[in-house]
Ligand binder design. Structure first.
Ligand SMILES: Nc1ncnc2c1ncn2[C@@H]1O[C@H](COP(=O)(O)OP(=O)(O)O)[C@@H](O)[C@H]1O
Ligand SMILES: [Mg+2]
Length: 220
């Protein structure tokens, strides 16, 4: 079934947060989800160790460069949504994961510096497309955005859209609840109340629905 790869060569772009928010929301909505931790920093595995895993979620840790394609294919076969979290570098591991993707999500903060680096991940996808002779659907996810959009964000969005890059709407806003997932484990429904909890839950649910829509479009 579908494979979503979360990739950006920028550390701290929000990849692991995007993976956990997306995975827990899709599982909450009824999907069976497998999260693959392909980052030696083990953010996903640390999240998974904090609390019992939410229903319908599995996590596979410590995936090496030589095993990544086989592990993705194994989990792809059994009808679950597979989400792959990667290290913030360009590496053979990242290329191999991207080669297996139905949809690549590229998280980035909406600043000029981060977008400049984030766009390199789009170039990496283009190289994989060329090598494989197929299109790889991909979309940018703005992370840690504020309620009021900055001029910088509007400019970056316009520039990406002009280049034909899809952008997931809504973005993932900056919410204490999202970073608290890594403190407590579990999902947004199980962790102690953090800041505007209802706002975080609504944002996460709408975000996951938008990604699901993008994925369905990519699979058609
Ligand atoms: N939407 C968000 N709201 C609040 N904090 C966030 C959000 N996204 C990421 N963070 C915080 O920013 C830092 C980097 O995020 P992370 O997901 O680990 O990035 P990456 O996996 O790309 O290195 C972490 O401390 C995380 O808790
Ligand atoms: Mg990470």
């Amino acid at each position: 079934m579908p494979v979503i790869v979360v990739a950006s060569s920028k550390g701290g772009a929000g990849k692991s947060t995007t993976t956990v928010v997306l995975g827990t929301e899709l599982a909450y909505a009824g999907a069976d989800v497998t999260l693959l931790d392909c980052d030696p920093n083990r953010s996903l595995s640390l999240w998974a160790a904090k609390a019992p895993l939410p229903e319908r979620i599995g996590v596979v840790s410590d995936i090496t460069e030589s095993a990544v394609v086989r592990v993705i294919k194994e989990h792809d076969a059994d009808g679950r949504i597979v989400i792959v979290d990667l290290e913030g570098i360009a590496s053979r591991m990242v290329s191999r994961a991207i080669s297996q993707a139905d949809l690549v999500l590229i998280p980035m903060r909406a600043t000029v510096l981060d977008a400049t680096i984030g766009v390199r991940s789009i170039a990496l996808i283009a190289e994989e497309e060329e090598a494989l002779g197929r299109n790889i659907a991909h979309a940018v996810v703005f992370t840690m955005t504020r309620a009021i959009r900055s001029k910088q964000q509007n400019g970056i969005e316009a520039s990406l859209r002009r280049q034909g890059v899809s952008i997931i709407e809504p973005p993932l806003m900056e919410r204490a609840a999202f970073s608290a997932l890594f403190e407590f484990g579990g999902n947004l429904r199980s962790i102690p109340e953090q800041g505007n909890m209802q706002g975080a839950i609504e944002n996460a649910a709408a975000f996951a629905a938008a990604v699901y829509g993008e994925l369905r479009g990519a699979l058609q």
